[in-house]
Ligand binder design. Sequence first.
Ligand code: NAD
Length: 253
Amino acid sequence: MTELFNLTNKIAMVTGGAIGIGKALALGLASHGADLYLPVYDLTGVEEIKKEVEALNRRVFIHVVDLSKPENAIAEVTLCMEKFGRLDILINNAGIIKRSPILEGTNQDWQAVIDINLSAVYYISREASKIMKEQGSGKIINIASMLSFQGGKFVPSYTASKHGVAGLTKAFANELAEFNIQTNAIAPGYIETNNTAPIRADEKRNAEILSRIPANRWGQVTDLVGAAIFLSSGASDYVNGHVLAIDGGWLAR
Ligand code: NAD
């Protein structure tokens, strides 16, 4: 490991960090020296990730919480400070998707997606920024999407939330760069996780998606880890407000 990417003794909060993309990113940061604070919605994957982080000789604290409630999202940074005494890296990863045509959409689905995918990102980042400003440095990484750039179909709430995440990334970057806090986003392409299981199971949709990906394969969660380490480390100290697509070439098509 070169010094540029060294995260030793950094404290990283990864929301939804026990499964899927969040787990891969959390383990990637731990493998470069970070200790982990993981707010998770339920106990899925918790025992496994605890063992994997301990095998790396790093610390992990897991807190079961519904981050779609503003008061919970706001309290999470305080809890992390009580546990670890600092917060160096925040990865806003927790998110959901609700699929239905606009004409059949419900208010409940719209609100549920906006609450966790967008509002929680704002609340947690706002609170984390206050701590990072006091500390004199910090890294905020938001998990965006191809639908931060494109409209998509049957997922208008998701598209709105992820366009919002790209906007928040730039807004936070503009205001916080002077405090040595870098805010960036990773926009994954089509990655094999629970989130995409329904479209992978739909043969026609799966074939349509695959045929448009120049790399000719679905992404794996491990494809995203290098970028997360880069954006968490000193190697990216002059990178601000960038939304980095990791998509096998999807957007370039
Ligand atoms: P996933 O369903 O495996 O993981 C989602 C995570 O969010 C889980 O850990 C879950 O516990 C957590 N979460 C959901 N609601 C929560 C709540 N109310 N409170 C606390 N935690 C909550 O899916 P994933 O694919 O790993 O998704 C992770 C992120 O990546 C999401 O923001 C998603 O939008 C984004 N993303 C995924 C893809 C993809 O292709 N899989 C593509 C682009 C962006």
